[in-house]
Design a protein around this ligand. Structure first.
Ligand SMILES: [Zn+2]
Length: 171
């Protein structure tokens, strides 16, 4: 296992549309291990492969609270097959946009189809934080960031701030 570097806004790779995984190979399993190590170290509750620079449709997640045992979950080629009319608003953050948070409205419940590490198709109904997180991560696989759901003014402001910071770091 190896921790990987998390790419940060405005890295253009965050806008890539990730490729579906054809088969759950040893390479995919090792990517997943690296993603968990990176995500737990950050620490974060969800990570898409593109955030470590790999444009594959792979998501890792662990929504267990601090006092609870770890609950690592893997979603390969996740796809929303149904979403509720009912919406909910959660404050979201992102490891690729550190220390920035914003309220995002999304469907309150979604049904998600995905491949497990076992290579088999699974389906799960998500609500609450799980629903928010899986939609946030699936957005990443399509090159979409949570700031895209905010007003243009807020989005432009955060992009500008991170672009400036990246320039300063490069100097
Ligand atoms: Zn994110």
């Amino acid at each position: 296992m190896a921790k990987r570097e998390i790419i940060i806004l405005p890295d253009k790779r965050l806008r890539l549309v990730s490729e579906p995984v054809k088969k759950v190979t040893a390479d995919v399993r090792s990517l997943v291990e690296d993603m968990f190590e990176t995500m737990y170290d950050a620490p974060g509750i969800g990570l898409a492969a593109i955030q470590v620079g790999t444009p594959k449709r792979v998501v890792t997640m662990d929504l267990a609270k601090k006092e609870e045992p770890k609950n690592p979950q893997v979603f390969i080629n996740p796809e929303i097959v149904d979403s509720s009319e009912e919406k909910t608003t959660h404050e979201e953050g992102c490891l690729s946009i550190p220390e920035f948070y914003g309220d995002v409205e999304r469907p309150a419940q979604v049904k998600v189809k995905y491949l497990g590490l076992d290579g088999k198709q699974h389906e799960v109904e998500a609500n609450g934080l799980f629903a928010t997180c899986i939609q946030h991560e699936i957005d990443h696989l399509n090159g979409v960031l949570f700031i895209d759901h905010l007003s243009k003014l807020k989005r432009d402001r955060v992009i500008k701030k991170f672009t400036k910071a990246a320039k300063r770091a490069a100097e």
